[in-house]
Design a protein around this ligand. Structure first.
Ligand code: IPD
Ligand code: CA
Ligand code: CA
Length: 261
């Protein structure tokens, strides 16, 4: 197997390089915001430049590796190693000048995620994990919270980009969860949300209609920190709930397993 330390080092280095460039664009006037699926689905110049930085580095050092990245899709060769990249997760926050956004890079070997790096440059938070070796935030080991009472839980969620054209938009889940929890948040970056469950800052996170690049790195970080996750639907891309072990049995039954009509 390719040297894991070297892969982690490179992954971290390139996430930081992309993050540094994001800060040059952040709260500037040259974002060049473009819509994709609809007005809720956007991309900026920073997303594209970040992606170019990460992919060109991979291409130079690991020319045969396979890559899946949000803005450019699949590239490279069929290879046991596969990089799963969200060059900028939280673009709506980023484009509004809000601080929760990050670079997310997962590395898979034979379809299993072995390395996850999530770097939030404005917050100065670098989360990472290697399978079997625990999860870390800025070099300190993290572990998920131990709250077992949903009434004392602070949880977060997100809403699907097609919320303008379907009632299957997560409001049914919100209506069931909101009255029971201490606090419900919408932070705006799936990867940061999941890492915050990993670090014990949040007790749970759920969202439907996500993609591999949103969750690949962060789910390994959550798992290595002791959090649980479940894919609660199979008809809406990736629909996942991540929670500390004490909260999972209380939140999972509150989430719809099929489309809300
Ligand atoms: C989005 C963010 C957001 C989530 C959306 C994602 P993007 O990713 O993670 O929190 O609610 O579902 O698409 O578009 O900013 O990379
Ligand atoms: Ca994303
Ligand atoms: Ca993105």
């Amino acid at each position: 197997m390719q040297e894991i330390r070297e892969l982690l080092h490179d992954c971290t280095l390139w996430a930081k390089e992309a993050g540094r460039v994001q800060l040059e664009y952040f709260r500037s006037s040259n974002l060049d915001i473009k819509t994709k699926f609809n007005d809720s689905d956007i991309v900026t110049a920073a997303d594209k430049v970040s992606e170019e930085i990460i992919i060109s580095n991979i291409r130079k050092k690991y020319p045969t590796h396979s890559i899946l990245s949000e803005e450019s899709g699949t590239s490279g060769y069929e290879n046991d190693y596969r990089w799963v990249i969200d060059p900028l997760d939280g673009t709506t926050n980023f484009s509004s000048g809000l601080p929760e956004f990050c670079v997310s890079i997962g590395i898979q070997y034979k379809n299993q995620t072995i390395i996850g790096v999530v770097f939030a440059p404005y917050l100065g938070e670098l989360f990472y994990a290697v399978r079997g070796e625990g999860a870390f935030l800025n070099g300190k080991k993290i572990s998920t919270g131990n709250n077992t009472d949903i009434h004392k839980a602070v949880v977060t969620t997100g809403f699907p980009v097609d919320k303008d054209r379907t009632t299957d938009n997560n409001l049914d889940n919100v209506a069931r969860v909101l009255p029971l929890v201490r606090g419900l948040r919408r932070l705006g970056s799936a990867a940061v949300d999941i890492c915050y469950v990993a670090a014990g800052y949040l007790d749970a996170y759920w969202e439907l209609n996500l993609h591999e690049w949103d969750v690949c790195a962060a789910l390994l970080i959550a798992e290595e920190a002791g959090a649980k996750y479940e894919f609660f639907r199979n008809d809406r891309n990736i629909s996942v709930v991540v929670a500390n072990p004490g909260i999972m049995p209380q939140i999972l039954p509150l989430l719809s397993k099929t489309a809300n009509k």
